[in-house]
Design a protein around this ligand. Structure first.
Ligand code: TRH
Length: 378
């Protein structure tokens, strides 16, 4: 795919997942597929949280060989020569009408994709790669769905990721060194290490109480800004990086919000990872440790259906399913019991993770599938 150009449009709807996914995809397309990528993003501050090199005041900048444009609005005229060979809109964000008009004027029309959100539900297979003709212009847009089966676009996974993870795991000093760089003490690192990334409405206080009163020492590492009310209530002080408190068997420590590449290392360093949304959820699956997913809430509890679809596909076992359903408010349960069940099941869950990874990667990774799909259309 060398010499191709690609424009990826990202509207930050909420939090960090939109830009997290687009940034990951942009880098991989450039690095592994030799495509000249331009990433258009409307919220540079959100981008800066996961990628500190970002200058939030710059209209244009280049980061890791990816051209980044601040997408400031829908106005503006574009010439056909400004349009890329491949145009991707993330999550049905409306790209500027002037840009679409220029796409239609291009002698060779660009490949136009709408990259959708990840779901384990079966209907995704029927919608993946479907075309949608523009009502007026000679353009066709294709739906590209990430997913868990060979009838979907697969999942984002860099080619070197497993090698990096394995090298990190093989070096006994790597995790302690990484955690120490975030302020975690040796005593804290000796307990069961849990990273916590969830939405504010997760039952964090209930889980903290179960850990505090349980027999096993637990160190819970929480990036700044996550579950801030519950964390602050436990700490009895503002939840700023470095804040720490132990009570009973539980220690809670607030970490700085780490750059995206370091977030993988945090997942690799912990025994159990609480993740959320889409991108951290996928990374937890590559990390090969037990994980609990907090799904992004939708109206009419639609997300509970999505959660169940994933749990069924993943088959992590009864304890994991029960804990996950209660964590997401799809069921009520007793937290000390739920935790006891999960803690006992964790070695088996982690042991099965390699099998799960093989299954979901059998179909190839999303960036490779996407480039193949684009090639098939030209
Ligand atoms: O932040 P999220 O909740 O993002 C999204 C958005 O809300 C989006 O609108 C919605 O569509 C989607 O969820 C389902 O969760 P997610 O997807 O896990 O993205 C978080 C990103 O932040 C991910 O790329 C990892 C990164 N991250 C860091 O870089 N450093 C950190 O310290 C942490 C905790 C996360």
């Amino acid at each position: 795919m060398a010499n191709l150009t690609l424009d990826l449009f990202c509207k930050v709807v909420d939090n960090f997942g939109d830009i997290g996914i687009c940034w990951r995809l942009a880098r991989q397309l450039e690095r592994e597929h030799g495509i000249a990528v331009r990433l258009w993003v409307d919220d540079l501050r959100a981008f800066q949280r996961i990628c500190p090199q970002v200058d939030s005041g710059a209209a244009q900048q280049v980061i890791e060989h990816v051209a980044v444009r601040h997408w400031v609005g829908q106005d503006g005229e574009y010439t056909p020569s400004e349009v890329a060979d491949i145009v991707i809109e993330f999550f049905a964000c409306d790209i500027p009408p002037g840009y679409i008009a220029a796409m239609a004027q291009r002698p060779v029309k660009p490949v136009w994709l709408n990259l959708e959100g990840l779901s384990a539900e079966e209907w995704v297979e029927g919608c993946h790669s479907l075309p949608s003709k523009h009502p007026r212009l000679p353009l066709t847009k294709y739906f590209f769905f990430p997913g868990f089966t060979n009838k979907t676009g697969g999942l984002l996974c860099e080619s070197g990721l497993e090698g990096e993870r394995a090298a990190f795991a093989a070096d006994p000093a790597a995790a302690p060194r990484f955690l120490a760089s975030l302020g975690v003490t040796a005593a804290e690192a000796a307990g069961l290490k849990v990273s916590l990334f969830c939405y504010p409405y997760a039952p964090v206080a209930e889980l903290f109480a179960a850990w505090r009163d349980g027999g096993q020492p637990v160190t819970c590492l929480v990036p700044e800004g996550v579950a801030a009310d519950a964390v602050q209530a436990f700490l009895g002080q503002p939840a700023v990086p470095g804040a720490v408190r132990s009570e009973g068997a539980l220690t809670v420590r607030v970490l700085p919000f780490v750059p995206q590449q370091d977030y993988d290392k945090l997942l690799w360093s912990c025994d159990l990872n609480f993740v959320r949304g889409e991108d951290s959820w996928v990374r937890a699956q590559w990390a090969g440790k037990s994980f609990i997913w907090h799904i992004y809430a939708q109206d009419e509890n639609l997300h509970h259906k999505k959660l169940r679809a994933f749990l069924q596909r993943h088959s992590g076992g009864e304890a994991l399913d029960a804990f996950s359903l209660c964590w997401n408010g799809a069921r009520q349960g007793d937290w000390p019991d739920l935790w006891k069940g999960l803690a006992e099941a964790m070695p088996e869950i982690s042991a099965r993770s390699a099998q799960w990874q093989q299954k979901i990667l059998a179909n190839g990774d999303l960036a490779s599938n996407l480039t193949k799909f684009c090639a098939s259309l030209t």
